[in-house]
Design a protein around this ligand. Structure first.
Ligand SMILES: Nc1ncnc2c1ncn2[C@@H]1O[C@H](COP(=O)(O)OP(=O)(O)OP(=O)(O)O)[C@@H](O)[C@H]1O
Ligand SMILES: [Mg+2]
Length: 266
């Protein structure tokens, strides 16, 4: 069952009337004289899975990084639940922590600590950020490692794990902080297709269990079959969005059609 099956009210109005968990309003981001986000509006309901696609350089990573404030936006507001961040940088540390606690992020490169065991990689932030005891943290880590199919890897070092396994460890590490939403930035693009499948299976399972997700991806099957909605970015703006099937099979914008043709012909 897709997460939205339980979210769609019977009157067919979709999730638009619900209070969104993630709400981006007029997000702008400039680097020096260059504006890379030009006023992006995006709302994501609790339990919704949004796939974000679009050409290289269109601002997808920058937008994700603004959601959890790895980058400070220069215009507009970012809200996640009751945490709201105004533009211009230097938000109050309390607000920043509140927001970051709500969103986990998974990157293309897994960024695991090479000198720590898999278990410690997943436990460390739980102890530092959530104040869990080592025992509590390790227990939660083992739960999550088995959820991502890696119960037997706890004592290994990351270098002994495949790329697909390392990415699943990174997902477990993000989940260990009990986020309300997860952001994925091309989580499979550094992996061989077969290893990518393992990661996509974990992501599909997360989606089916109601995790709120924004996934920047070139995996067209994931976008079409797992996400509820597809958002297309080009040149710092959302140029098209809609139900996944519709955008993927019958896109309206010429730019989207061109992009999808290029990806499929690759
Ligand atoms: N730190 C930075 N300083 C200056 N320009 C940047 C910086 N980070 C990103 N940019 C520029 O912002 C634009 C958007 O980049 P971004 O990485 O968000 O694109 P993307 O859609 O994620 O692309 P890709 O599909 O290749 O990952 C690009 O033109 C990029 O060169
Ligand atoms: Mg990117």
């Amino acid at each position: 069952m897709k997460a939205t099956d339980t979210l769609d009210p019977p009157n067919g109005q979709g999730t638009a009337l619900e209070t969104p968990l993630i709400h981006l309003e007029g997000i702008r981001k400039t680097y020096g004289p260059i504006e890379v986000l030009k006023g992006v509006n995006l709302s994501v309901a609790k339990g919704e899975v949004v796939a974000m696609i679009g050409p290289s350089g269109s601002g997808k990573s920058t937008l994700l990084r603004c959601v959890n404030q790895l980058e400070f936006h220069t215009g507009g507001t970012v809200s996640v639940g009751d945490a709201t961040i105004a533009p211009g940088g230097h938000p109050a540390v309390r607000d920043l922590q509140k927001l970051r606690r709500k969103v986990g992020m998974v990157f293309q490169s897994f960024n695991l600590f090479p000198h720590l065991s898999v278990l410690r990689n997943v436990s460390l932030a739980q102890e530092r950020v959530l104040g869990r005891s080592r025992e509590e943290a390790d227990q939660r880590s083992m739960q999550l490692l088995s959820r991502v199919g890696l119960a037997d890897k706890g004592s290994q070092y990351p270098s002994r794990c495949s790329g697909g396994q390392q990415q699943r460890i990174a997902i477990a590490r993000a989940l260990a902080l009990d986020p309300e939403a997860m952001l994925f930035d091309e989580p499979t693009s550094a992996l061989d297709p077969e290893l990518g499948v393992e990661v996509l299976t974990v992501m599909r399972e997360l989606a089916e269990n109601g995790m709120t997700m924004i996934v920047v991806t070139h995996e067209m099957h994931f976008a079409e079959d797992v996400s509820n909605r597809v958002v297309v970015m080009a040149d710092g703006m959302i140029i098209e969005e809609g139900p996944s099937k519709q955008v993927m099979t019958a896109p309206r914008a010429e730019r989207t059609q061109r992009f999808l043709r290029a990806v499929r012909d690759r």
